[in-house]
Design a protein around this ligand. Structure first.
Ligand code: SF4
Ligand code: SF4
Length: 709
C-alpha cells in the first residue's frame, strides 16, 4: 500500500508529500511539474496513484508548459496542481502573469519551493516577489503539517475566488518529516464535469480594456482571498494567522520596553523549538505568526504592533514582510521600532538557523533594555545563513546606511485611477486576403462538416497576429496566454476530459519561441489534439522580423531555413500536413482529417503575409450585382458575415443590402468568392462576361506567391 493513501491515521510525511496528500484528498485531477530539488517529491508522490485515482500526472517538458497544462484543466473546472523549484517559477513567469490576470474557473494551486541556503543549486531567490507581481495569494508553511493544511485551504480558496494560489515552501519545510493527522480522501465531493465557456474578455489579452478589467479583477480576487484566509480557522480548523500572547503589560515604573516577534515560514518552527526549551524567556514576548504572506494581513499586524514598542521580524531571504510593516506604520503613524533585515541585524542571504534566531533574540533583549541571555554570535561553519551574520555592533552602521524605504505600497490606493476609462471600440481584424483568415475560415467549415458548431469545439489561441482569429466573424480562438502556450492549454483541456476535438493555433514565430516545447509535451502525453501552425515565415505582427523559418538573418544575409514540418516530425508527430491555406477544399479536408486522427496531429498552413504586398490572384474581385442574391434569398450574406474581410463592404442604405468590394485593398485571395453560394463574386475583368471564373475555380489555383520564390 502506498503510504499516501492510508486513512484515519497519523502519517509521517515530508513537506512535499504533505502537499501531495492534501491534493489527493481534495480531488486534484491534473498534476504537472518539472523535476528540480527541492520540490520534486510532491509530483513524484502522485505518479504511482495516477491510474488508481484517475488523475493525469506528468513531468512536463518545462515549468511553463506544466503551468499551461494545469491551467487548461483548471479552466475546464478541474482542480489542478503544478509543482516546481524556485528556478522554475522564472521559466513559467511569462504565462503566470497572463494566467493570474485571467484567473481560473476550477482551482489551481502552484506549489513552489525556494531553496533557501542553496542546497541544491541555482540562484537563491525569493518567490514571494512573484506573488506580489502577479497579485496572487500566497501561503507559507512553517512545518510539513502546515503544508498539508494550507494546500487543502489553497484549493478551496482558489475555487471560491478564481485566483490561482501559491503554496510556497522552502527546502527546510519541503524535506522535513513530521507526523500529521490527515483527512479522508474524498475526491468525489470535488469532481465536476469538464466544461469551458468561451469568454474572450477573460481568457485573452486582445483588448486594452479587457486587460485593465482583468487586472482589476485580479486585485479583487486577492482581497477576497485575504478575507477567506481569515475565516480559515472557522472553516477548516486551521489558523493561518495567529498570535501567541505574551505578558506585554507595561508597569509605569518599568524601564523595559515591550517587545514582540512577527514571523513567517520555517523561522516559526525554530521559535517553537526555543519556546519549548525556554518557555520563561517567551513569557512576555508575544508572537504574530503569518501563514498568509500575500495579501499581508494588515489589520492583524496593526493590532499586534499597537501593543509593543519593538518588533523583530523573522523571515528568510528578502525583507518583504518587514518593508510592508514599515510602510503600514508610516501610513498609520504608528511608532514601533522594527528590527530585522533593514537594520542590518539579519541576513538576506542563506537560511536561518536556531543559532541565528537566538542571536536575533539577544538583540531584541538589548533593544528592550533586558539583559540578553541568548547565546550571542555563534557562528557554526555549517550554517550558510550564519556566514552572513553581521555583528550586533554592525547593525547600527547598517541602520545608518539604509536608504529611505519606498513607502509607496499603499494598500488603500489613495490615488485611485478609474479603470473604466472607455477605450474606443475597435475590433482587430486580419488584413484583406490574410492567409490566417483563410485558415480559420477553413477551420470553421471543417468543424461544421464534422458535425459540430464552432461553439462546441475549443481552439486555443496564441500571441501574435494569429489571435485575431478570436474576433467575429471567425470567432475561432478561445484563449491567449503567452508565446507558444496554446498547445499546453489545449493539452490541459484534454486532460480535463473535454471529449470533443480540441485544437491549438499558433504562428511560426510562437512555435519557434516556445511552441516546440509544448508540442513535445503534448506528444509525450498521448492526448488527442490538433495543432495548426499558421506559418508566414516571419514575425509579421511586429514588423516582419525574421525567425528561423525566414531563411534570412536579422541583417538580411541568407541563412539556413528551418523546416517546420521536419521539426514537428522530430517531435514525434506522425500526422503532419503542410498546405496552402488558399486552397480551401484541401485545407478543410485536412483539418477534418486531423481532428479525427489519434494522438497529436499538425496542420501547417503556409503562406506569406499579405502585408508584403502580394497580390494573391491576378485581379481583384467585384460583386456581380445581377447575380448577388442579398435580400433575395441570401439573407445571411456569408461573403460579409462569415469572411470578415475589410475589403468586403456592406451598405444597408438601399432597398436591399448592397455588397461591394473595395478593389483598392482587395488582394484577390478568393475567400469571399468561395463563400458566396451564388457565384456572385468574380474577378474584375470577368464581371458580366460568360466565361467568368466561378468560386470553385479559385480553389486550388496555382497562386502567384508560390511562383515567386
Ligand atoms: S478576394 Fe474577397 S476576401 Fe479576398 S481580399 Fe478580396 S475582398 Fe477580401
Ligand atoms: S454571398 Fe454572394 S449572393 Fe450573398 S450577399 Fe455575398 S455576394 Fe451576394
Amino acid at each position: 500500500m502506498n503510504v499516501l493513501t492510508v486513512t484515519g491515521k497519523r502519517l509521517f510525511l515530508t513537506g512535499d508529500e504533505a502537499v501531495a496528500r492534501a491534493a489527493l484528498e481534495v480531488g486534484v485531477e491534473v498534476a504537472t511539474g518539472y523535476p528540480g530539488n527541492p520540490g520534486t517529491k510532491a509530483i513524484t508522490a502522485l505518479i504511482p496513484l495516477a491510474q488508481q485515482y484517475g488523475m493525469a500526472v506528468e513531468w512536463s517538458v518545462n515549468e511553463k508548459v506544466a503551468l499551461e497544462v494545469a491551467t487548461g484543466a483548471a479552466w475546464a473546472g478541474k482542480r489542478s496542481l503544478v509543482g516546481m523549484k524556485m528556478s522554475g517559477v522564472n521559466v513559467m513567469a511569462d504565462s503566470l502573469l497572463s494566467i493570474a490576470h485571467s484567473g481560473v474557473t476550477g482551482a489551481l494551486v502552484i506549489y513552489a519551493v525556494d531553496d533557501v541556503g542553496v542546497y541544491y543549486g541555482m540562484v537563491e531567490q525569493d518567490t514571494r516577489y512573484y506573488a506580489q507581481l502577479t497579485s496572487l495569494p500566497l501561503l507559507m508553511p512553517a512545518i510539513p503539517e502546515e503544508a498539508y493544511a494550507m494546500t487543502r485551504i489553497a484549493f478551496t480558496v482558489s475555487e471560491q475566488t478564481g485566483a490561482p494560489v501559491f503554496v510556497l515552501s522552502t527546502t527546510a519545510v519541503a524535506n522535513a518529516i513530521t507526523a500529521m493527522k490527515v483527512g479522508k480522501i474524498e475526491r468525489d465531493m470535488h469532481t465536476r464535469p469538464a466544461h469551458f465557456a468561451r469568454n474572450l474578455a477573460k481568457f485573452t489579452k486582445a483588448a486594452p480594456q479587457w486587460c485593465r478589467d482583468q487586472h482589476t479583477d485580479t486585485i479583487k480576487r486577492l482581497e477576497q482571498a485575504g478575507e477567506l484566509f481569515k475565516k480559515a480557522s472557522e472553516d477548516y480548523g486551521t489558523s493561518l494567522v495567529f498570535t501567541i500572547p505574551g505578558q506585554v503589560e507595561r508597569t509605569p515604573s518599568s524601564e523595559i520596553k515591550r517587545s514582540g516577534i512577527i514571523v513567517a515560514g520555517v523561522s516559526f518552527a525554530y521559535l517553537q523549538e526555543l519556546r519549548q526549551h525556554y518557555p520563561e524567556r517567551f513569557a512576555d514576548i508575544p508572537i504574530l505568526k503569518l501563514g498568509v504572506v500575500n495579501p499581508l494581513p494588515q489589520r492583524e499586524i496593526l493590532d499586534f504592533l499597537a501593543h509593543v514598542d519593538i518588533a523583530l521580524v523573522l523571515e528568510e531571504l528578502d525583507p518583504i514582510i518587514e518593508t510592508q510593516v514599515m510602510a503600514l506604520m508610516a501610513e498609520t503613524g504608528l511608532k514601533v521600532e522594527i528590527s530585522g533585515k533593514r537594520d542590518g541585524l539579519l541576513p538576506r542571504v542563506g537560511d536561518y538557523s536556531l543559532e541565528l534566531i537566538e542571536t536575533a533574540l539577544a538583540h531584541l533583549d538589548e533593544l528592550a533594555g533586558r539583559s540578553p541571555v541568548w547565546i550571542k554570535l555563534r557562528r557554526p561553519e555549517s550554517s550558510a545563513g550564519m556566514q552572513e551574520m553581521p555583528s550586533l555592533a554592525g547593525s547600527k552602521e547598517g541602520v545608518a546606511n539604509q536608504e529611505t524605504p519606498d513607502l509607496n505600497h499603499n494598500g488603500q490606493n489613495k490615488f485611485h485611477i478609474h479603470s473604466e476609462i472607455a477605450a474606443l471600440p475597435r475590433s482587430l481584424e486580419f488584413c484583406p486576403g490574410c492567409p490566417h483568415r483563410m485558415t480559420y475560415y477553413a477551420l470553421n467549415r471543417a468543424i461544421e462538416q464534422s458535425g459540430f458548431t464552432k461553439d462546441e469545439v475549443i481552439t486555443t489561441g496564441d500571441v501574435g497576429c494569429t489571435i485575431i482569429g478570436m474576433n467575429a466573424p471567425l470567432d475561432a480562438c478561445w484563449t491567449e496566454v503567452s508565446m507558444g502556450a496554446s498547445i499546453g492549454i489545449a493539452q490541459g483541456f484534454k486532460y480535463a476530459g473535454i471529449e470533443r476535438p480540441v485544437l491549438a493555433a499558433m504562428g511560426d514565430g510562437t512555435f519557434y519561441h516556445n511552441g516546440i516545447a509544448g508540442l513535445l509535451n503534448a506528444v509525450q502525453s498521448g492526448v488527442n489534439l490538433t495543432l495548426i501552425i499558421l506559418d508566414n515565415s516571419k514575425i509579421a505582427m511586429t514588423g516582419m522580423q525574421p525567425d528561423p523559418g525566414t531563411g534570412r538573418r536579422t541583417t538580411g544575409e541568407p541563412s539556413v531555413r528551418a523546416d517546420i514540418a521536419m521539426l514537428v516530425r522530430g517531435c514525434g508527430v506522425e500526422y503532419v500536413k503542410r498546405l496552402n491555406p488558399y486552397d480551401l477544399p484541401k485545407m478543410i479536408n485536412a483539418l477534418q482529417d486531423a481532428m479525427l486522427h489519434p494522438g497529436v496531429s499538425v496542420v501547417i498552413a503556409e503562406a506569406p503575409c499579405t502585408m508584403q504586398g502580394v497580390l494573391i490572384n491576378e485581379e481583384p474581385v467585384q460583386v456581380d450585382q445581377e447575380a448577388c442574391m442579398a435580400g433575395r434569398g441570401c439573407e445571411d450574406t456569408p461573403c460579409y458575415h462569415k469572411v470578415g474581410c475589410p475589403s468586403v463592404l456592406l451598405s444597408l442604405e438601399d432597398v436591399r443590402p448592397h455588397l461591394s468590394i473595395d478593389t483598392a485593398t482587395c488582394v484577390a485571395c478568393g475567400l469571399c468568392v468561395a463563400a458566396c453560394p451564388y457565384d456572385a463574386i468574380k474577378p474584375l475583368p470577368a464581371v458580366g462576361k460568360e466565361e467568368s471564373i466561378t468560386g470553385n475555380a479559385f480553389a486550388g489555383v496555382q497562386l502567384r506567391y508560390l511562383l515567386q520564390d
